[in-house]
Design a protein around this ligand. Sequence first.
Ligand SMILES: Nc1nc2c(ncn2[C@@H]2O[C@H](COP(=O)(O)OP(=O)(O)O)[C@@H](O)[C@H]2O)c(=O)[nH]1
Ligand SMILES: [Mg+2]
Length: 366
Amino acid sequence: MDIEQRIKELEEEIKRTQYNKATEKHILRLKARIAYLKKELEERKKRQKAQRGGKGIKKSGDATVALIGPPSVGKSLLFNKLTNAKSEVADYDFTTLDVYPGILHHRGAEIQLLDMPGLIEGASFGKGRGKEILSIARNSDLILILLDVFTLELLPVILNELYNFGIRINQKIPMISVKKKDRGGINVAFTVPLSMDLESIVTIIREFGYINADVLIREDITADRLMDYLAGNRAYVPAILAVNKVDLVNGETLKVYKKKLSSWNPIFISAKEGLGIEELKNSIFKASGLIRIYLKPKSGKIDFDAPLILKRGATVEDICNALHRDFVKKFRYAMVWGKSVKFPGQHVGLEHAVEDGDIVRLVIRR
Ligand SMILES: Nc1nc2c(ncn2[C@@H]2O[C@H](COP(=O)(O)OP(=O)(O)O)[C@@H](O)[C@H]2O)c(=O)[nH]1
Ligand SMILES: [Mg+2]
């Protein structure tokens, strides 16, 4: 029987089965089975696609941001506001899909923005070239979800399409490892108290084909996140929300909307009137995981207009590598001023992680 058919049957079975204490385990097993089969299906499709020749986008700049939202919310107008219209057009394989790349220059960084067609319900199943749009979102450093003041109720739809496509928004990678071994069954060790019972955990792991394995869990894992880990091929991408066309509603309505969406901390903008654009740029910079490092030369002034742009978590070693290939070899120490150190001018080594806004002076052997 083909995999898709089997998935459908299992889904039917779940629907038919009453959820209660007695059936709980059975349902969990069915869910794990479905997750496993979906993984198999994805892998098969990927192999087929690889044979046909893969498609992809060419990344450029310090980070890539996908603009995702329903049609007509103002994605293209916002894109034109944020990027200079004359920016280089990158090489795109999606000849049939209109993806417009543009560069947003902000805080010394070049951030590639991708304007795309609207995402509609059913996109993750291929509706409206949804799969191409979603695969671009998957591979970006940040997803900027754009709605307008008339389409707030579409947020769950967008989120659901992202989820179905294996994109996990604003989630950390599950803190778990599963290592196959030759004998001994499935052993589960954990470093934090677990809400799930061990039997359920083992059941799920078995459904993914493991017979003997050492499992180490370092978070209070849920069944969904465990299955995400076992299925692999999930993309963990940060996302922010902006709501456009605020020029079309009054202050009272806006207050209500702000409250409704408060868990998202969205940025309210008007692409047309240019409202909230600076705040949005700052938010894009931060959520893309970019940081600015200012280099302090031995003599002369720091150029605050030309920061070195790095990814969050970058170390002094990354700074060295960004500047000159010999610097790591000849490195003596660095002096740092800013958030990452306890006192100004602190001496640190290569492994020291820097933070946004830090001033760094490298001391290199000659
Ligand atoms: N009033 C108002 N209209 C806007 C704003 N942003 C976009 N629009 C209009 O909304 C329509 C759709 O915009 P467009 O950028 O093509 O949306 P897209 O389909 O998401 O790319 C156009 O008529 C825009 O002029 C805004 O901030 N305020
Ligand atoms: Mg458009």
